[in-house]
Write a protein that binds this ligand. Structure first.
Ligand code: GRF
Length: 208
């Protein structure tokens, strides 16, 4: 049974997709051991409570330095004894010690087809604003392992979504979430839970 801890910062729609996947059997062999938010009073925590999933908030506002916050965050993750850490809309720079400890055992969902529209400053609506400004015809989402860079780790799954005439950043964000993020993040977890994924020379290998 794969124990996962899901890190969130906001609405938690990707967390909900994981919860639904575990409950409806599209994610097998997986247990959500806990949910950690860096923000209080976010709906993602309500989603965890509604499903009796252990949860906590580790907010940088509660600690006198970033270093202490980083230590507390890693301790909170470790406390759930996860096999896999899932960043689901988590908008915090991951501490180097956490990247090291969970190397190739920590995944992130990014709302673009990496390497487009990713890296520092590309998160949330900004990603979709940039895609529309560039005039691309296809966008999408990526699940990747987390390494020391920003959105630079080995890519695990990607799914494309077509731009529609008249798309606004908000409409596009919603379509990418519905048609891509909420599908590939659960699928990535299920693949890992069933031992189908390995990383070789910085690239993922998915067994059929
Ligand atoms: C989404 O745009 C997702 O792509 C990004 O964070 C945003 C909010 O996600 N990773 P959620 O609704 O909190 O899961």
């Amino acid at each position: 049974m794969l124990r996962i801890v899901v890190l969130v910062s906001g609405g938690g729609t990707n967390l909900q997709a994981i919860i639904d996947g575990v409950n409806n059997g599209t994610i097998t062999n997986t247990e959500i051991a806990g949910v950690i938010s860096n923000n209080k009073n976010v709906y993602a925590l309500e989603r965890a409570k509604k499903h009796q999933i252990p949860n906590c908030c580790i907010s940088s506002k509660d600690f006198e330095s970033r270093e202490i916050f980083n230590e507390k965050l890693l301790a909170a993750v470790d406390a759930y004894k996860p096999d896999l850490v899932v960043l689901a809309g988590f908008l915090v720079v991951i501490p180097p010690a956490m990247i090291e400890r969970y190397r190739n055992r920590m995944i992130n969902i990014h709302p673009s087809l990496i390497p487009s529209f990713c890296g520092k400053g590309f998160y949330g609506l900004k990603v979709h604003e940039a895609a529309l400004a560039r005039g691309v015809k296809v966008v999408g989402a990526t699940v990747h392992f987390v390494d020391e860079g920003t959105d630079t780790g080995p890519i695990l799954l990607q799914k494309a979504v077509e731009i529609q005439p008249g798309d606004t950043p908000e409409v596009l964000q919603r379509r990418v979430m519905e048609e891509a993020e909420w599908k590939i993040l659960p699928r990535a977890i299920d693949l890992i839970a069933n031992g189908k994924v390995s990383v070789k020379d910085g690239k993922t290998v998915i067994a059929d």
